[in-house]
Design a protein around this ligand. Structure first.
Ligand SMILES: Nc1nc2c(c(=O)[nH]1)N[C@H]1C(S)=C(S)[C@@H](COP(=O)(O)O)O[C@H]1N2
Ligand SMILES: [Mo]
Length: 168
């Protein structure tokens, strides 16, 4: 399988702004790339077994087709994913969440756990209390506090790349 090169992906500095309406493929495989370069496949069922967190009043704000919502999304918080992978949040430098169509977002330590508002980023599995279908993302990164352009609401998550800082 292909792993992103260590140079920065182009979307770190913003995206060309036409959202894909449909998934690039029906393959729902989700791969975690661990700091040592090894990979681990995780399924939606694996994610569903981890603690689920609900965030209400989420909006997907597209500069192209307007604002949709409010939605309730629920799914897995990053600290819970990291502990399931036996990784320590305090060592994380960043996590890249990449979709099957090449779209992605980078999460940095200060935002991974979420703030006191209880609206952390989620690997969301459910929308409005039902599982998302593939067209909706199946597994979707939801960053509740991003309300500008939906560039961090990554559908069809296929790779989660965890980078740790060797000095910490
Ligand atoms: N994988 C992936 N996720 C994506 C995009 C995309 O092109 N690919 N577009 C983003 C943008 S710019 C928007 S506006 C929203 C659209 O989400 P919606 O289809 O739920 O309205 O998805 C975001 N997530
Ligand atoms: Mo967008």
């Amino acid at each position: 399988m292909s792993v992103l090169p260590s140079s920065e992906p182009e979307w770190v500095h913003g995206h060309p702004h036409e959202p894909n309406p449909a998934p690039p493929s029906s393959d729902p495989t989700l791969t975690v790339v661990l700091p040592n370069g090894s990979t681990k496949m995780i399924s939606v069922a694996d994610l569903a077994r981890l603690p689920q967190h609900l965030v209400t009043d989420c909006y997907i704000v597209s500069t192209g087709h307007g604002r949709s919502g409010p939605f309730q999304f629920s799914g897995v918080r990053f600290p819970d994913l990291l502990s399931a992978l036996a990784l320590n949040l305090s060592q994380v430098q960043y996590i890249d969440v990449v979709a099957a169509d090449g779209f992605g977002a980078r999460l940095v330590p200060g935002e991974l756990a979420g703030g006191p508002d209880g609206r952390p980023p989620l690997l969301a599995l459910r929308i409005n209390d039902r599982l998302m279908v593939r067209d909706e993302g199946l597994v979707r990164l939801i960053t509740p506090n991003e309300t500008d352009d939906a560039l961090r609401q990554v559908k069809w998550v296929s790779q989660i790349i965890v980078k740790t800082d060797p000095l910490r």
